[in-house]
Design a protein around this ligand. Structure first.
Ligand code: PLP
Length: 461
């Protein structure tokens, strides 16, 4: 199992190299050269398989000879034992063939714990083996940052720098990051948007002066280890629903297209998915692209689902690469044109290919808020605003398939949106309550990659 980049199909790298690097130096995203198949019947017959067993089984297909299965199993056991639900990712049957897959039972209450706790432990394994240190740099619109920090805090061989857009995350999201006192953790509030943060990170990754003193590593959903760790829970949902005579649909709140591409990856490995429904908020570039090929960039709007306030969805590049039959030259040209013209007209074979797998809908704040209320009134289920974008689609679906909407964050992370919708605050889990009173540690910088670079250089030397 070797890897190339979406912008250079001549590369030939191993799993340990591509997870430590995260983003390829040509600016592209790493991709496996083939998608291994998993035997679904065998999984179905293995009634007692646990989440960590399933995770190591799936991830093992991607690691080549870089780690032994036994070691990987140990890492997966350790990783998911920190999660608070005995099913790790429980599937809730809400109504008929409609289900909610809850992905907020990790240490920071959002789905990103599932891949990032795994990634942190894989980093530790490989870095120890290679006797190497890395600098993790990431941009966050809210949940990635806290999940990454929790996954990397106090780990030898890692320093972590997380950029967030100042005043554009919820208070709880910010405090989950800035209240961590570990000395290998650095929080930076940028005067700008999430896309500004992401652009700075992209520039830092190609900065020779940084790369000459440290190995940089990405934890955003561009890291392939994240995608495969996330593909696990799509299989897990299918196994819990036990509707083996039916196909399954996933409805996914979307920002960077990471979960969507992880679901698609599960499909390529053999999970019988019918369609993936891509839910966006009013930052709807993915909805416009899928529904009518309009991939034009607009200004980022602040919404009540901040982790989806994104215009450039990094992982969509992986899908485009596939839609272009893995032609990295064509993909590089497409991406250049997209950035230069602030948009791209997706048509012909690319759009036909997208329509095979995806449907989409844009759900604005008003509809999101209404959906939170409808699910509370009808089912006494309180969903966070990101989750509600997918529940809005789930509610409308009329089909005989198994329909699974992803619940991406705990409602307590977005108390104001819940209060505005149903008239009361959601219950706070104890650990979250505690965080609100903690002192914060972060610095504030202008939207300038040089300033960030100098700050990093100063703190790693
Ligand atoms: C990160 C995040 C998303 C977006 O997920 P992507 O994989 O980036 O598309 C949606 N909802 C929540 C709560 C998130 O934390």
């Amino acid at each position: 199992m070797n890897y190339y980049s979406t912008r250079n199909s001549k590369l030939d790298k191993k799993f340990d190299e591509i997870i430590i690097e995260g983003l390829a130096s040509d600016g592209g995203l790493y991709m496996p050269k083939l998608f291994p198949k998993i035997n679904i019947n065998e999984l179905q017959n293995n009634e007692n398989i646990t989440y960590p067993e399933l995770a190591s089984r799936i991830i093992s297909l991607y690691v080549g000879d870089t780690i032994a299965l036994k070691e990987l199993e140990g890492i997966a056991q350790n990783t998911y034992k920190k999660f608070s639900h005995d099913k790790v990712a429980p599937l809730l049957n809400i109504d008929g063939n409609k289900y909610i897959l809850e992905l907020f039972h990790g240490p920071t209450y959002a789905f990103k714990d599932y891949p990032l706790q795994m990634l942190g432990n894989l980093f530790q394994y490989y870095l120890k083996k290679k006797k190497k240190n890395i600098t993790v740099i990431g941009a966050t619109s809210g949940d990635t940052g806290s999940a990454a920090i929790d996954a990397c805090k106090d780990k030898d061989n890692i320093n972590i720098f997380i950029l967030h857009p100042k005043n554009k995350t919820s208070d709880i999201q910010r405090k989950q990051m800035t209240s961590i006192k570990s000395k290998n953790v650095f929080n930076i509030a940028i005067n700008g948007t999430f896309d500004d943060c992401q652009n700075i990170v992209k520039k830092l990754f190609v900065s020779e002066s940084l790369k000459s003193v440290t190995t940089l590593s990405a934890v955003n959903s561009i890291n392939w280890a994240r995608i495969i760790s996330q593909s696990v829970y799509f299989f897990w949902a299918y196994l819990q629903a036990k509707q083996y005579d039916k196909k399954i649909n996933f409805i996914i709140p979307t920002g960077n297209f990471g979960n969507v591409y992880a679901a698609h990856t599960a499909g390529k490995m053999g999970l019988p998915i019918n369609k993936i429904y891509v839910a966006t908020n009013s930052n709807d570039i993915m909805h416009r692209t899928i529904s009518n090929g309009d991939m034009s960039l607009k200004d980022v709007k602040s919404t009540i689902s901040p982790s989806m306030d994104i215009q450039i969805s990094s992982n969509f590049e992986r899908q485009l690469f596939e839609s272009l039959e893995y032609n990295s030259d064509e993909l590089s040209n497409l991406m250049k044109s997209f950035i230069k013209n602030k948009g791209y007209d997706v048509k012909g074979k690319i759009h036909d290919n997208l329509k095979l797998y995806y449907k989409s809908k844009g759900v604005d704040d008003e509809l999101t808020s209404l959906t939170i209320k409808q699910f509370y009134d009808t089912y006494k289920y309180i969903s966070d605003p990101h989750t509600a974008t997918s529940l809005n689609i789930l509610k409308e679906l009329r089909n005989d398939d198994t329909n699974v909407a992803l619940a991406c964050a705990h409602p307590a992370k977005f108390p104001d949106a819940i209060k505005n919708s149903i008239g009361k605050y959601p219950d706070q889990p104890e650990p979250l309550k505690k965080i609100m009173g903690e002192e914060e540690k972060y610095i504030n910088l202008d939207n300038d990659s040089e300033l960030v670079k100098n700050y990093i250089l100063k703190n790693i030397s």
